[in-house]
Design a protein around this ligand. Structure first.
Ligand SMILES: Nc1nc2c(ncn2[C@@H]2O[C@H](COP(=O)(O)OP(=O)(O)OP(=O)(O)O)[C@@H](O)[C@H]2O)c(=O)[nH]1
Ligand SMILES: [Mg+2]
Length: 205
């Protein structure tokens, strides 16, 4: 995947501030601190385009990024962060829900999980919610570099079992090593129905 351009467009909290709905969009969702912003940087081969942090709850707005003048990535605030107030959590939930259910240009969501953590009721609920709203979901299990390849497969199987889905629906990923990057791009481009910038290798970025 050749990244010719990747740039920050704007941040928003409400529909009036979203950028014009022109290009296909993919949103990135997941628990606080799971590695959403790092995964986006890794896909875009930009180390610092999206702010990352070891402090959970850092991304607090919807952040829009335009890629190759062809699609838009939306970095969402993480859910389930215990330290922000209940009111704040509710506000974030509403902000994310409004975006996902009303945005006409949204082609799908990459739901990011931690490969080290077997998903539970919250994740199953989220998947059912996306399904109910007819939002296609791509699952990415990140931080794979924390495990050996053999152990990665064991975790991937456990996760698939816990979610009740086929194994190959979970993309094993690492922002640190770039593992799974090409496969995740393939799935994203498929969802956006884009196939004109797949060709070539990307050693030059
Ligand atoms: N080892 C390893 N660490 C990672 C990986 N991805 C993210 N991290 C680390 O996890 C922490 C959180 O990463 P972020 O990308 O900021 O996570 P986030 O989900 O955007 O967090 P919020 O915006 O706060 O919800 C940082 O310390 C990252 O360096 C990965 O693939 N491997
Ligand atoms: Mg973030």
């Amino acid at each position: 995947m050749i990244i010719k351009s990747a740039k920050f467009i704007s941040s928003a909290t409400k529909p009036g501030n979203y950028p014009p709905p022109e290009l296909p969009e993919i949103a990135f969702a997941g628990r606080s601190n799971v590695g959403k912003s790092s995964l986006i940087n890794s896909l875009l081969k930009r180390k610092k385009l999206v702010k990352t942090s070891s402090t959970p709850g850092r991304t607090q707005l919807l952040n829009f990024f335009e890629v190759n003048e062809s699609l838009v990535f939306v970095d969402l605030p993480g859910y389930g962060y215990a330290k922000v107030s209940k009111e704040m959590r509710k506000k974030w939930g509403q902000m994310i829900e409004t975006f996902i259910t009303t945005r006409k240009t949204l082609h799908g969501v990459v739901l990011i999980l931690d490969l080290r953590r077997i998903p539970g009721g919250q994740e199953r609920e989220n998947l059912a919610w996306f399904d109910m709203n007819n939002i296609p979901v791509i699952l990415a299990a990140t931080k794979a570099d924390k495990f050996s390849r053999q152990r990665q497969l064991v975790q991937q199987k456990e996760m698939a079992k816990a979610l009740g889905i086929p194994l190959d629906l979970i993309h094993v990923f690492s922002a640190k090593t770039g593992q799974g990057r090409d496969e995740l791009w393939e799935s994203i481009l498929d969802l956006c129905e884009i196939d004109d910038f797949k060709q070539g290798d990307d050693d030059n970025v």
